[in-house]
Design a protein around this ligand. Structure first.
Ligand code: LLP
Length: 407
C-alpha cells in the first residue's frame, strides 16, 4: 500500500477506482505484499526448515494457492481448513494439524491424507489417534504440542502459552503419552510443538519457548522417540500503530544459535505476519452525525465485517483514499450494526464527507475470516491484486446465499 499522487494505491492501482467499480465494504489484498512477507521468513530458513502458514489468519482458497505455490506448508485447526488446503493444491506432507477439540472424523481425515503431523493437545486425543490409526491400519506422525508456560503480555484473548490455558500438554501428559506411544507401532512421535500466543514483538519470548521444547525433545529422544521437528508456532507481531513488528531474521538467527550442532528441522506457523499487512477493508462514509458534541462518521462496514476493534479494542489505521482539500475533523467511525460496541475506530482525524471512502489498514489477518452475517448483513467481496491484475477471490454474498440453508 502506498500513496501515489495523493491517492492510496495497491500495486499502483488507486484503491478509489476499485471502490467505485466493486462497491463497499470491500476487502482487497496485495499478492506482492504477501510474497514479500513470506520471503522475509523464507530467506532466513535452513534448507530443511518449513513454514506452515496459519490458515486461520486468512483461509481464502486463492491466498492458500498463492502461498502453496511459494512453497509454503500449512497449519490447520479444523478438518475443513485441511480440506481447503487440499483443494488449493497444498503438499499434504507439509500440513500440521493443531487444535484442542479434534473430532474422530477430523483425525481420520488427517491420517488418511498422511499429513506431516497431528499436533496432540491432550492425552484423550492421543488415545483417539491410537484407536483410529489401528482401525485404519495406518501409521501417523504426531507432534506433542506442549504448554511452555510463557506469558507474552499481549491481549489476554490471544495469549495461549500460560500454564492454565486450554492449549497444549502439561509435563504429566507429555510423560504419559511418551511412554505409551513408545509401545505403539502406528503412532510415531516425530515432533514437539508449541505456540505461545499472537502479536509478539519480542522474539526472545519465542526463543524461550524453543528452549523448553528442545529440552522436551531431548527427553523424548532418550525415551526412544525419533524427534525430527521442533515446531515453534507463529506469533510474530506486525505494526498496527506504534508497536514494534517482530523480525523473522532476529528470530531465526536466535534459533540457529540455540540449535547449533543439533539436527532438528524447524517448523514455523506464522499467520498475521504473512497476511496482516497485505489486506485492507474499504468502507464508505454513509453519514456524518453529531451526538451530544461527539462527531460520528457512520460507515457501511460493521463489527460483523471486522470484529477486532470490538473484540480486542484493536487499533487499525484509517486512511482516506484521496487527499482532499477540505478541513479535517475528529470522528468515531461507527458501523451499521445495532450494538453500542460497533465502533471500528475512535477519535480519528480525517478529511471526509458523506459518500467518501476510507480504508482500514492491516486487516488481512483475522479480518474476513472472523466476519459474520449478524444483522443479516452480507459478507463483503474480496479482491486480490496480483501483477497488476484484479481477481475477485470471493464474490459478494447475496440475500439468497443468506437464507439458502433455511429453506
Ligand atoms: N499456530 C497456532 C497453533 C495458533 O493458534 C495461531 C494463532 C498461529 C499459529 C498463528 O499465529 P499468528 O502468527 O497469526 O500470530 N484473532 C486474533 C488472533 C488469534 C490467534 C490464534 N492463534 C486477532 O485477531 O488478533
Amino acid at each position: 500500500m502506498k500513496e501515489i499522487e495523493r491517492q492510496l494505491c495497491i500495486e499502483n492501482i488507486p484503491v478509489i477506482n476499485l471502490a467505485r467499480e466493486y462497491g463497499s465494504p470491500l476487502f482487497i489484498y496485495s499478492a506482492e505484499l504477501i510474497k514479500n512477507n513470506f520471503e522475509k521468513y523464507q530467506n532466513e530458513l535452513g534448507s530443511n526448515d518449513l513454514i506452515c502458514y496459519a490458515v486461520k489468519a486468512n483461509s481464502n482458497l486463492h491466498i492458500l494457492k498463492l502461498l502453496s505455490e511459494l512453497g509454503s506448508g500449512f497449519d490447520v485447526v479444523s478438518g475443513n481448513e485441511l480440506k481447503r488446503c487440499l483443494r488449493a493444491g497444498a503438499d499434504k506432507n507439509k500440513i500440521v494439524f493443531s487444535g484442542v477439540a479434534k473430532s474422530n472424523e477430523e483425525i481420520k481425515l488427517a491420517i488418511e491424507n498422511d499429513i506431516l503431523s497431528i499436533n496432540i493437545e491432550s492425552y484423550g486425543e492421543f488415545e483417539r489417534i491410537a484407536k483410529i490409526s489401528e482401525q485404519l491400519k495406518k501409521s501417523v506422525n504426531c507432534a506433542l504440542r506442549v504448554n511452555p508456560d510463557i506469558a507474552i503480555g499481549s491481549h489476554k484473548y490471544i495469549e495461549t502459552g500460560s500454564k492454565t490455558s486450554k492449549f497444549g500438554l502439561d509435563s504429566e501428559a507429555v510423560n504419559k503419552i511418551s511412554d505409551e506411544a513408545r509401545d505403539n507401532k502406528l503412532v510415531n512421535i516425530t515432533s514437539v510443538a508449541c505456540h505461545i500466543g499472537s502479536q509478539i514483538s519480542d522474539e526472545n519470548l519465542i526463543l524461550k519457548s524453543l528452549d523448553v521444547i528442545s529440552e522436551i525433545a531431548n527427553n523424548l529422544s532418550l525415551n526412544g522417540h525419533a524427534i525430527k521437528f521442533l515446531d515453534i508456532g507463529g506469533g510474530l507481531g506486525i505494526q498496527y500503530k506504534d508497536e514494534e513488528a517482530g523480525d523473522p531474521g532476529i528470530l531465526m538467527a536466535g534459533v540457529k544459535n540455540r540449535l547449533e550442532g543439533k539436527e532438528y528441522k524447524i517448523i514455523l506457523e506464522p499467520g498475521r505476519s504473512i497476511i496482516g499487512s497485505a489486506g485492507i477493508l474499504v468502507t464508505k462514509i454513509e453519514y456524518i452525525k453529531n451526538a451530544g458534541g461527539k462527531k460520528f462518521a457512520i460507515i457501511d462496514a460493521g463489527m460483523n465485517d471486522l470484529i477486532r476493534p470490538s473484540l480486542y479494542e484493536a487499533w487499525h489505521e484509517v486512511k482516506e483514499l484521496e487527499n482532499k482539500e477540505i478541513s479535517s475533523d475528529t470522528y468515531d467511525l461507527a458501523g451499521p450494526v445495532c450494538e453500542t460496541g460497533d465502533i471500528l475506530a475512535k477519535d480519528r482525524n480525517l478529511k471526509i464527507l458523506p459518500n467518501d471512502f476510507v480504508a482500514f489498514m492491516d486487516v488481512g489477518a483475522y479480518g474476513s475470516v472472523m466476519s459474520s452475517n449478524y444483522n443479516s448483513r452480507l459478507k463483503p467481496m474480496e479482491l486480490l491484486v496480483m501483477d497488476g491484475e484484479i481477481e475477485v477471490i470471493r464474490r459478494k454474498e447475496t440475500f439468497e446465499d443468506l437464507i439458502a440453508l433455511e429453506s
